[in-house]
Ligand binder design. Structure first.
Ligand code: WTA
Length: 647
């Protein structure tokens, strides 16, 4: 996959850290050397960020590779580290969570409040019969009780399996079943764009077929009527709010399971990614501190992810709370009640660190710079991006329009499987290039290799692999050790294969090119869907683009692009020709899309990932596959109707 990649243009702009940022940075360039000189010693030092009930005897046991054990023999309480120790350190009155509901008054929850709430929930779960090792499914909207529920599970050693509230009853059922969950925690409903939507009916439907579920614990959020099973269902306000608000945190082995989080693989069955305690919390805490240059006394941090995804686990719950951060949690959508909602929140709570996804940034670009311009965003000092490659145009827009040209942007590459960030600039140390995740974090080994597993040099492209075990690595796939080996460790046994394509620029900076399954092969040339998309959105007429490789008799695969135009731009054959030419100009004639389809929306999951599989179905004139994970399943009708109408 090398020759075409080498010819693809890379972005030449580069932004070194400002002297002011460097002067106050948490770390210096020495951290890279320290980690390289003694990798395990470096991780042992990072683990000292946490309070351990019993020290470990060995940093890493890799004798049963690829099954790792970190901090062997060590014992700790994850919940104590995220909550109680801050109270013990005199920080009980610090705001842990500033909850901004979709509408109504914000609520501030201090670390002392959080300690009481988590203790009550832990007591209630114990009372419901949950014991260490039992699995608890959590199916909730973005409300503080979701965080409390996760921490309460951690506190009693019951691994949680958070299932995104936008998943269907069927998706919930298969996850409950796979994990054999004993309790499900949910709400009556959730607020969405000004109205209330039921949630509990999906749980009722799911658990009907799940004999392992003994209790369903329900938070009253919307107040809407819900069906009730007296034997099984209990209200949160009846059993949690009335439980004793003190609870002695127990410690667990460093390798005690902390959570399972399901993620889709190449087969239809989602993989239950298993994370454990000590290594996971070490890396979540370390990366949250260094990559965001966190100053817990003064920063107001806001990660816009949902707790249903790994970003919500590591960078809403475990990373920030272990670091004693103050953070905003927002329940609603960016356009309710108006399109300036996020910027209003930044202004109101003086958010200083914002962590979001490229898809959100491109949506805001589409809505126009005049919306954020109406708010005071001067509190922001650092911006982060995660989830997909960020195209240079979106990166620059983020920097200029949101960050006022003064905030470093950390483009953080990682996965559900990696548990925490792996590749990212360090904002006070590394330069930032628009669209590059730059380099492996200290302590992490990331390499780009060719088909034979040989590392490629500067300017070369290939597959991203991880060359060293890392503390927050997945410990396996729940109930399926063989699938863990096959999926991640079989292509090149000495490497963890991440499934992403990547390339180095001439300076050795890493550029992610999207999933390898999204890399197209056109006439024997490999072209990244991401780069074609990036080329398309660099045209002033285009707001957003998604590109797929569709089977083509002549060329193997043909490039099919779906584009959303910016407001006021007229669709037409001239424009399509111009866009093809533009892509040819940006990358090379080989990358010119075979077909460009103008559409009103793109199919996205609730985490903002474009579902290319569905676009491929459209591009190849097939009937659509499963649409249940779409944020808005009606979008596919809209796209197909629009195309049928003559585009
Ligand atoms: C992609 C989300 C480019 C990548 C944390 C990875 C990225 C997958 C980036 C994991 C980034 C994530 N640049 N691509 N900064 N971050 N990805 O498990 O393809 O939801 O393999 O974890 O998202 O997605 P997941």
């Amino acid at each position: 996959m090398t020759d075409t990649l080498e010819n693809l243009a890379t972005e030449s702009r580069s932004f070194p850290p400002s002297p002011e940022f460097v002067a106050q940075s948490n770390v210096t360039a020495a951290i890279y050397d320290e980690a390289a000189a003694d990798r395990l010693g470096f991780w042992a030092e990072q683990a000292q960020r946490l309070d351990w009930a019993q020290p470990w005897t060995e940093v890493l046991d890799w004798s049963d590779a690829p099954f790792a054990k970190w901090f062997v023999g060590g014992r700790l309480s994850v919940a104590y580290n995220c909550v109680d120790r801050h109270v013990d350190n005199g920080l009980g009155s610090r705001a842990a969570i500033i909850f901004e509901p979709e509408s109504g008054e914000a609520e501030t929850i201090t670390y002392a409040d959080l300690q009481k709430r988590v203790s009550q929930a832990a007591n209630a779960l114990t009372e419901l019969g949950v014991e260490a090792g039992d699995r608890v499914a959590i199916y909730m909207p973005m409300i503080p009780q979701a965080v409390v529920a996760m921490l309460a599970c951690a506190r009693i050693g019951a691994p949680h399996s958070v299932v995104f509230g936008g998943f269907s009853a069927e998706a919930l059922r298969s996850r409950i079943e796979d994990a054999e969950a004993k309790v499900v925690i949910t709400t009556d409903g959730q607020f969405r764009r000004g109205s209330s939507m039921p949630l509990k009916p999906a749980v009722d439907e799911a658990v009907e077929h799940c004999p392992t579920v003994q209790k369903v614990l329900v938070v009253r959020r919307t107040g809407d009527d819900v069906a009730w099973n007296d034997e099984r269902d209990v209200w949160w306000h009846d059993v949690v709010a009335t439980a004793p608000d003190t609870h002695e945190a127990q410690d667990f082995d460093a390798e005690h399971p902390l959570f399972i989080l399901y993620t889709s693989g190449t087969t239809g069955k989602p993989k239950g990614i298993l994370h454990t305690s000590g290594g996971y919390l070490t890396q979540a805490s370390y990366t949250h501190n260094t990559v965001f240059d966190l100053k817990p006394e003064t920063d107001v941090y806001w990660c816009t992810a949902d707790i249903g995804w790994v970003t919500g686990h590591s960078y809403i719950v475990y990373g920030p709370l272990s670091n004693g951060a103050t953070q905003v949690i927002y329940e609603g959508t960016p356009d309710t009640p108006h399109k300036g909602r996020w910027w209003e929140i930044v202004q109101k709570h003086k958010v200083s660190i914002l962590y979001t996804a490229p898809t959100a940034i491109r949506t805001f670009m589409k809505w126009g710079a005049d919306i954020p311009a109406q708010y005071d965003l001067s509190s922001l000092r650092l911006l982060g991006s995660v989830g997909e490659p960020i195209n240079p145009e979106a990166w620059m827009w983020y920097r200029d329009v949101i960050g006022g040209g003064r905030c470093p942007i950390v483009d953080t590459w990682w996965q559900t499987e990696t548990g925490a960030m792996m590749i990212s600039p360090l904002p006070g140390v590394t330069e930032c290039k628009p669209g590059s995740a730059m380099r492996a974090l200290p302590g992490i080994g990331a390499v780009i290799v060719d088909d034979h597993g040989e590392p490629v040099g500067p300017g070369g492209g290939g597959y991203l692999v991880l060359s060293e075990p890392w503390p927050s690595m997945l410990r396996g796939i729940w109930g399926d050790p063989q699938r863990y080996k096959d999926t991640y460790w079989s292509r090149w046994p000495q490497y963890y294969f991440a499934g992403d394509g990547a390339k180095y620029d001439e300076d050795g900076a890493i550029w992610l090119l999207g999933r390898v399954d999204d890399v197209m092969n056109v006439s024997g040339h490999r072209i990244s869907t991401t780069e074609v998309e990036s080329a398309l959105v660099s045209h002033p007429a285009v707001a957003e683009a998604a590109v797929v490789g569709a089977t083509d008799e002549t060329t193997g695969q043909g490039i099919v692009a779906f584009v959303i135009l910016r407001g006021g731009i007229e669709d037409g054959p001239e424009l399509v020709q111009e866009l093809r030419k533009h892509v040819g100009h940006e990358i090379g004639p080989i990358a010119k899309p075979r077909q460009i389809l103008v559409v009103p929306e793109l199919p996205k999951t609730r985490s903002g990932k474009i579902m290319r599989r569905l676009l491929r179905d459209v591009a190849e004139n097939r009937s659509l596959g499963d649409v249940t994970t779409l944020a808005d399943p009606t979008i596919m009708n809209l796209i197909q109707q629009g195309l049928g109408a003559g585009n």
